[in-house]
Design a protein around this ligand. Sequence first.
Ligand SMILES: [Zn+2]
Length: 343
Amino acid sequence: MLSSLVSALWLAVAGPGDTPATSGPGGATDPDAPWIRYRLGRGESIEDLAVRYGVTGDEIIAANNGAHEFSKGDLVRLQPRRFSPPLASRTVKSSKRRTWAEVAARYDVEVDELRRWNKRFGRRKGVPEGATLTVWFRSGVTSFALSTPPELPEFEPVPGGYSVGKPHRGRIEHAVQLPESDLYTIRFNRLAWGSSFAVRNIQRALAGFRRESGFMGSIFIGAMSQKSGRRLRPHRSHQSGRDIDVRLPAMPHVVGYKLDRTEVDWHAAWMLVDAFVRTDAVQVIFLERKLFARLRSAGLRMGATDTRLAAVMGHVRHSKGHTSHIHVRFDCAAEATQCDQQD
Ligand SMILES: [Zn+2]
């Protein structure tokens, strides 16, 4: 079902004839592609880096003055052809005695891997009750190439939906409803109204995000505005069709809407925030300050340049309670002359 979703997305987003851009080792390196310095972790080899970044071992050796031997903590210089995010670890507790296969299935990992990560219990027949295990998760972001992806199609929602007044005291004229789509899941249709400008840019951002990340998990759209706009309890803003709550992308094993902070797929979250900022239509994105570092380091690990990091993080502002979702506020459309005026 997921693979059919993703091929449908590719058709919808990239258009027939386009295939996901992947380039394996040996292809030409883009001379403008950024160089990175990767600090080698425990048990990581040059071969691991070669696979992850789509380069050859010889290229890595050449880029490091001919060095062949690397060990933990060494900085390895390389020019990636593609990125795939590293694994992230998490500790989980087994509330009762389980078989290795049960635990592996639950977190969607291999039994052998799970035993290797948990040498303390690895030779036992099963996972003892109360055992604390380390599990490494793959991000839902699949590897992606650095080459420029094809242009997105233009989405054309009904024009004429305008924001009037302030996000905290306003309304919408001729509101446009965000249509159902494979790109996202709308939680409340009656709260999925916005300005034409916001709706068009939500679609552009999410199409761009899906195309570039290959992320197949759900993207939940929470509250936007009511059809008329105006006060929407318990929110303060969300009144003029420019505000939208989007749940952060979850690690692949998470099912349903509820999301705990440790279950966020930060690599996908970085790409999601980046996709919103790239619409050039976003005023601000709210998130709890204590999570800024996670977003930022995910961006760094995925090869974002300093300029890009600054551009994206420059849009992110602290707002309390935004730990499992971001709140995106769009700009006023040029033609919405009463937007942000006192209503
Ligand atoms: Zn909100």
